[in-house]
Design a protein around this ligand. Structure first.
Ligand SMILES: Nc1nc2c(ncn2[C@@H]2O[C@H](COP(=O)(O)OP(=O)(O)OP(=O)(O)O)[C@@H](O)[C@H]2O)c(=O)[nH]1
Ligand SMILES: [Mg+2]
Length: 710
């Protein structure tokens, strides 16, 4: 059939965590992020949905509690609804929380919108012993109501049909909320006053002018003192001298919502609710809640460490097999052989090895998010850390930064004022994102585990994830004085319902995360590996160049290193990259980093993942390798300073890990900071303060180490 040129636009609107994005995904087949806490969506996203006779554009927006936005994400939503406009609004109504959700619905009736209701969470309502009457609800709301369970696809065809009907035959939503008689009488008089003077003002607009000081209709009379006087007079009649119009407005709407709920919904039996109340009393308890949180995190990191080992060995074996298979084929061209084996396979392969851990980490994050526990953790953090000036709402963006700082920085849009939003944007990149995981695992596996065993290795991984959070506390405290002037708004995070995670959503998170990880490995890491290999291989020294130098070494040193190894090491030091690294080495030597680590760190500024392949190439080749642990790990363990002191001690590896925990090595995050703050100044500030901190901390740690081990 021929499509009409202008596609209709459908906006999904509703309270936070009502299921809008889940419904958006079900309608469009896309995979936008959902999660069981309010404030997951902070940006509008658009997709197409095929109805029976037409395709429509569907827009998903951040959740709203009311049409008066307080934060940036809410502004996005109201502007889609009221400024851009929509041919149809699908109001996503959380059936397990209907009373509060109807407040926003009642406000839609003031804006001439064409509305259909999608009722979500009915499965939760029914499971806890509640029930609902769709026909009655539909009559009371004056629109079609379709129950849906988005992730199961239940009710989606019916909803599409209802959408099509509403688009073909639009009706504006009209509601009788039942405002008090005094209000309606005053509105009537005001409308009459205006109409008699030739100004069109409907009853609804007049009520809005009287009860809402932000009402834009009132702006029309701003420069007309005569009308302002009339408005003031009627306001007094309604509210008395000191009355609050908004409170009156809200009271009327909530009273209406309660009536609707009572007539159409049988509430859940108390049994289930009290279970979740008991759980919350424990999980958000200052002491027990914290112990549980720490215990849980410890288990998560310990299992990342334990579960991934066999998978890693498998990938490691695959990498070696591939190298052994390819290597002989390229025997005739040693340069190409070295490029492919030492550069590409070693470089890209050394990152690839960490895929299992990344997947396991995201599995835990997705599960904790899906159950609703993450929101409890945020609540707990607010109790614990609120004193330093961080608004409680900030913990959701900060917790999501543990996966990746970019969504974390964006999620700061939920902050209710610009200053606390800025503060959150500035500290979010300090949280330990998943790209740091390979660095920790590499160093812990090479240096800490062989010395202290797997239990301490797991503990070290757990501890590294708190470094950024702990450092963030004084930073927030200081910045808060400077930019936020100590203002702290009350914590307004609604605790979501406990649920089983949606396994399909968990699976989608895992696949999309793995895809991102492999894409990075295939592009930037591949390119950097080739570049590092080339800079490390050229210029080539003639055979025998280092013979004299070797002979001049002490007998003891000679017993540590064979002549071939020595020549290879010196060749690398004299390569283009080696010379560059050695020039910079003095800057990082106090932190315990030699030219190889220094070079790897510098190469990792665009994206921190690059450090692993860089170290793989820098340390990976030329060592005398035993069977068993990976080549790169062995040669890191064997690496020495020129005077024969071991390079990687426990202290210098902690210093290196802390450097990575704190340093701002991610161009993409800086771009996100720039985008969200709209200024390069704050991006430069983030980069500057994090990199300085990283340097200072790693120098201090290494120096303590040197002093202690003397
Ligand atoms: N049991 C059940 N869970 C649902 C239903 N709809 C959504 N959910 C879950 O509720 C949570 C919130 O869903 P989202 O789609 O992210 O909600 P949202 O309205 O987009 O939330 P924000 O973007 O934060 O405003 C997720 O864990 C969903 O899996 C439903 O009908 N039944
Ligand atoms: Mg959403």
């Amino acid at each position: 059939m021929v499509e009409t040129s202008a596609k209709k636009r459908v906006a999904l609107v509703g309270n936070p965590n009502a299921g809008k994005t889940s419904l958006f995904n079900a309608l469009t087949g896309l995979h936008q992020k959902t999660g069981n806490y309010p404030g997951v969506t902070v940006e509008k996203s658009e997709g197409e949905c095929q109805l029976t006779f037409q395709k429509v554009d569907v827009v998903d927006v951040p959740g709203l509690y009311s049409l008066t936005p307080v934060s940036t994400d809410e502004e996005v939503a109201t502007s889609v609804l009221l400024d851009e406009g929509a041919d149809l609004v699908v109001y996503v109504l959380d059936g397990s929380n209907i009373e509060r959700n109807l407040f926003l619905f009642s406000q839609l009736a003031d804006h001439d919108l064409n509305v259909v209701v999608a009722l979500t969470m009915t499965d939760i309502l029914m499971r806890s012993g509640g029930d609902f009457d769709i026909a009655r609800l539909s009559t009371l709301l004056g629109v079609e109501v379709v129950p849906v369970i988005p992730h199961k696809g239940i009710g989606i065809p019916e909803l599409k049909e209802a959408m099509e009907r509403a688009i073909e035959d639009p009706h504006t939503l009209e509601l009788d909320v039942g405002f008090p008689k005094v209000v309606m009488d005053a509105a009537d008089r005001l409308a009459d006053h205006m109409n008699r003077r030739g100004i069109a003002l409907g009853l609804r607009e007049a009520r809005c002018v009287l009860l809402d000081e932000h009402c834009t209709t009132a702006d029309r009379f701003r420069d007309l003192p005569e009308h302002i006087a009339a408005i003031e007079e009627e306001r007094k009649a309604v509210l008395g001298a000191s009355g609050q119009g908004r409170t009156l407005d809200a009271q009327a709407r909530y009273a209406w919502a309660e009536r609707v709920r009572k007539e159409s919904i049988l509430p859940p039996q108390n049994k289930k609710r009290s279970k979740s109340e008991i759980a919350d009393a424990f999980l958000t308890h200052r002491v027990f809640g914290l112990l549980f949180f720490l215990g849980l995190m410890y288990l998560v990191f310990q299992s990342i460490y334990t579960f991934a080992a066999p998978l890693m060995d498998l990938i490691e074996a695959g990498k070696t097999a591939l190298a052994n298979w390819v290597s002989p084929m390229l025997e005739s061209t040693p340069m190409v052989q070295s490029l492919v084996v030492d550069g590409v396979i070693e470089g890209v392969g050394s990152v690839f090895v960490f895929l299992p851990q990344i997947v396991i980490l995201f599995f835990f994050i997705a599960v904790l998010e899906g159950t609703g526990y993450l929101a409890r953790a945020a609540f707990l953090m607010d109790k614990l850390l609120g004193w330093c000036g961080l608004n409680g709402r900030a913990f959701i963006p900060l917790l999501s930064s543990f996966a990746c700082a970019i969504p974390g920085v964006m999620a700061a849009r939920v902050m209710p004022d610009q200053r606390s939003r800025l503060l959150t944007v500035l500290v979010a990149p300090l949280m330990s994102c998943s790209a740091r995981l390979p660095v920790y695992l590499l160093l812990i596996g090479a240096i800490i585990e062989p010395k202290y065993g797997p239990a301490w290795a797991g503990f070290a991984l757990f501890a590294m994830h708190f470094v950024g959070l702990i450092v963030a506390i004084p930073i927030v405290f200081i910045l808060n004085r400077k930019i936020s002037k100590g203002r702290r708004l009350p914590f307004m995070l609604e605790l979501p319902k406990y649920q089983w995670p949606k396994w399909r959503d968990v699976f989608l998170t895992l696949t999309s995360r793995s895809k991102v990880f492999l894409q990075t490995a295939g592009t930037i890491i591949f390119a950097m590996s080739v570049l590092i290999w080339a800079l490390l291989t050229f210029p080539q020294a003639k055979p025998g160049t280092y013979q004299k130098e070797y002979e001049a070494l002490s007998v003891e040193r000679q017993s540590q290193i064979s002549e071939d190894e020595f020549a290879e090491l010196r060749q690398r030091e004299d390569s283009a990259l080696g010379r560059f690294g050695r020039t910079i080495e003095p800057v990082f030597a106090p932190a315990g980093f030699d030219w190889r680590i220094t070079t790897a760190i510098l190469a990792a500024f665009p994206a921190r993942e690059v450090v692993v392949p860089a170290m793989g190439i820098l340390f990976g080749t030329g060592a005398d390798v035993d069977e068993g642990s990976p080549k790169m790990v062995q040669s890191m363990q064997k690496a020495t300073w020129p005077d024969g002191r071991p390079l990687m001690t426990v202290w210098s590896s902690i210093s290196l890990m802390v450097f990575f925990a704190l340093c701002c090595q991610c161009m993409a995050t800086l771009a996100a900071v720039k985008r969200e703050t709209n200024s390069w100044k704050w991006a430069a500030f983030s980069f500057g303060y994090m990199t300085t901190l990283a340097y200072i901390f790693s120098v201090v740690i290494n120096q303590i180490g040197l002093a202690v081990s003397k």
